[in-house]
Design a protein around this ligand. Structure first.
Ligand code: GDP
Length: 305
């Protein structure tokens, strides 16, 4: 199966809960009236597109109706697809570049969102591109997280820098940057803790890790990726606001899109946070994390069964 088909398959639940419902609406109405627009609003909200983004999509639609760009219900689907694609686009293809030394990616996010898995998949992806990848086990709060990362590192062919559980994550980051330079790695991916119940401490810790990395390698981290669980809907949005304030998040990874009918949340994440979605996870396999391409995503979302 090619990647587009896998993406389509991964988005099948969202397609059922979102685009197929729009199709039903379109075929159920002979003309666009207020009732049609109200039903459409309900579909968008139930797919977790979010109040703000739903509002702006509906405003666009009303505008297009006025301008006679949309005259029949059937004309709505291509219009919506295009608008969603446009809302999702921008900045996603920017790759992190380093001057001298390795590219450093710091990965942040709440426990359970798929951070470790994502790091493993990223290591695999970049190694496939011929890069020498190293990992840093910066979630020293959980012994299991260190073990997990090591397993993913072995699978993805990446060397790992780790300290024992309970040690200072900034010290791990420091050692990892040193090691990555010394061993001439192309890429260093740094895991971080994600315990949210003590959030002020967590944010201070993340800032410190960020500072240490920047001090050891000017220009680093070249990317701060925030991992969000696509199945958590609006909760993912509030997490994003929290992390965005604390560390300079440069891009978002949305995981588990295969496990939800509410994948519309990705539109809200992109539109309401102003952060590019850079990667999406549509499964648990090594190859199920892919660079995000807005147009492909919209196409897969609106594709026929
Ligand atoms: P962490 O606590 O953030 O490091 O989360 P983990 O990486 O341990 O992942 C938590 C669970 O989510 C694991 O069971 C993963 O297999 C699963 N997971 C991660 N990404 C995806 C995805 O894209 N799709 C699916 N279906 N499961 C995923």
């Amino acid at each position: 199966m090619g990647f587009f088909d896998r993406l389509k398959e991964g988005l099948s639940k969202t397609r059922k809960g979102f685009t197929e419902k729009i199709e039903q609406l379109v075929t159920g109405y002979a003309q666009i009236d207020e009732e049609f627009l109200e039903d459409l609003e309900a579909v968008l909200l139930s797919a977790d597109v979010g109040i703000q983004t739903t509002g702006s999509l509906l405003a666009d639609i009303r505008q297009a109706i006025k301008a006679k760009q949309i005259e029949t219900p059937e004309q709505l689907t291509p219009f919506l697809r295009e608008r969603i694609s446009a809302l999702l686009a921008g900045g996603e293809d920017a790759q992190p570049h380093a001057g001298e030394g390795p590219v450093v990616i710091m990965v942040v996010g709440v426990n359970g969102v798929g951070k470790t898995t994502t790091i493993g998949k990223l290591a695999h992806y970049y190694r496939d591109q011929g890069q020498k990848v190293m990992l840093a086990a910066g979630d020293t709060f959980r012994a299991a997280a260190i073990d997990q990362l090591e397993i993913w590192g072995q699978r993805g062919g990446a060397e790992i820098v780790k300290h024992s559980a309970g040690s200072d994550p900034a010290a791990v980051a420091f050692d990892a940057v040193q090691a990555a330079r010394a061993r001439k790695a192309d890429l260093l991916i740094i895991d971080t803790a994600g315990r949210l119940h003590t959030k002020s401490n967590l944010m201070e810790e993340l800032k410190k890790v960020h500072r240490v990395i920047a001090r050891e390698l000017p220009g680093a981290p070249h990317e701060v990726l925030l991992v969000l669980d696509g199945t958590t809907g609006q909760n993912a949005l509030s997490q994003a606001r929290l992390f965005k304030e604390a560390v300079q998040v440069s891009g978002v990874v949305v995981t588990k899109l295969d496990g939800t009918a509410k994948g519309g949340v990705i539109v809200a994440i992109r539109a309401e946070l102003g952060l590019p979605v850079k990667w999406i996870g549509v499964g648990e396999g090594m190859d199920d994390l892919r660079p995000f391409v807005a147009e492909d995503f919209a196409e897969a979302l609106f594709a026929d069964k």
